[in-house]
Design a protein around this ligand. Structure first.
Ligand code: FAD
Length: 307
């Protein structure tokens, strides 16, 4: 008897039991039962439709630069945006597929004399993940440049593909507010500027980042969002947690808000360290830290079938 997932690979290339550690910047994560790499936004939407129709669990993964993948892997499908890398220029606007990498966006925009995204220099990940996280700095996020997105939205009535403007989505600090929708395409509005000015600004941002962040170690960026009027890194540092360890996971000595994989870390190690950081900061300062790192839960068992 064919498995219920037998024809899913008709929609997009699919592999079985793909180790997620290969696809996350923390280098952590067990196997995804099914791992799809759609080549066009329509393929991504078609796989999502097929998975929903069959009531199968799925998750979407960009550059894995803000995600803790579980040691036990993912029961169900992971849709990776790595093959969705096309970008189209329309005057001062860029139309981007979700797998365009943030470094390629920053470099490409500067080379074309388009400013607005240079604060993302040194930030790994994909455009879809950047929009989901509203990646950026304390005072700026990628959504500040987004005019509209095309989303696959399981909550939309009728056809699930919808266009949404920034005003409709209402993104917040480090939260694209997508509420389960998937970015298929994004339209960014940038400002013409000289490539030389942009490069100088990028170098300045990069110098600052390289001096303050553990950029040569495996991490997933900031573990926590900054609480209003304060900095999570400052609180973690003041709580005496720099260098604290749980198994192979450690709080960076350079930046208190970065957890690094100091060698052989598991997702369980990272979760234990996150809990210790939350508990200590709450106890010492009465501040409840909110996680920025997206923590996928450990699977409960079972299987959904094959590609
Ligand atoms: C060294 C380092 C420095 C960093 N510096 C910064 C920084 O300065 N500022 C900052 O904001 N972040 C920073 N980060 C974190 C990270 O780079 C950003 O959050 C980035 O936007 C993550 O993108 P991604 O594609 O890797 O997302 P993933 O980790 O792949 O995914 C993150 C979330 O987005 C969802 N998602 C992914 N793709 C889509 C899609 N197409 N549609 C809908 N949802 C999707 C995922 O399901 C997940 O919930 C840093 C990380 C590292 C390792």
């Amino acid at each position: 008897m064919p498995s219920p997932a037998a024809s899913l690979a008709e929609h997009a290339p699919c592999r079985e039991l793909e180790r997620l550690a290969r696809w996350t910047t923390l280098r952590i994560g067990g196997p995804a039962e099914l791992f799809f790499e759609p080549r066009r936004p329509e393929e991504l939407a078609a796989v999502l439709d097929a998975l929903e129709q069959r009531n199968l669990p799925w998750r979407i993964l960009g550059g894995g630069a803000n995600t803790l993948a579980p040691d036990g892997g993912v029961r169900g499908a992971v849709l990776h945006t790595g093959m969705l890398r096309r970008a189209f220029r329309e005057g001062n606007r860029l139309r981007l597929w979700p797998g365009v990498t943030l470094p390629a966006l920053v470099r490409g925009a500067a080379a074309h004399g388009l400013g607005g995204v240079e604060r993302l220099v040194g930030v790994p990940g994909h455009v879809g993940g950047g929009i989901a996280m509203n990646a950026g700095s304390a005072e700026w996020g990628l959504w500040d440049q987004v005019l509209e997105v095309s989303l696959w939205d399981p909550r939309a009535a009728g056809a699930r593909i919808v266009r949404r403007t920034r005003a409709e989505v209402q993104p917040r600090y480090r939260d694209g507010n997508l509420r389960g929708a998937v970015v298929l395409e994004a339209l960014l509005e940038l400002q013409p500027e000289s490539p030389r000015t942009l490069r100088a600004r990028m170098e300045e941002h990069l110098r600052r980042k390289n001096a303050t962040q553990p950029v040569t170690l495996s991490s997933a960026g900031c573990a926590f969002k900054n609480p209003p009027g304060d900095s999570a890194g400052r609180l973690i540092d003041a709580a005496g947690l720099k260098g604290a360890r749980a198994g192979g996971a450690a709080v960076s000595e350079l930046h208190g808000n970065f957890i690094v994989n100091a060698g052989g870390a598991s997702a369980a190690d990272v979760r234990a360290l996150l809990e210790r950081m939350e508990g200590t900061v709450q106890e010492k300062f009465g501040v409840r830290l909110e996680r920025e790192l997206v923590v996928w839960p450990e699977p409960l068992g079972g299987t959904i079938g094959a590609c």
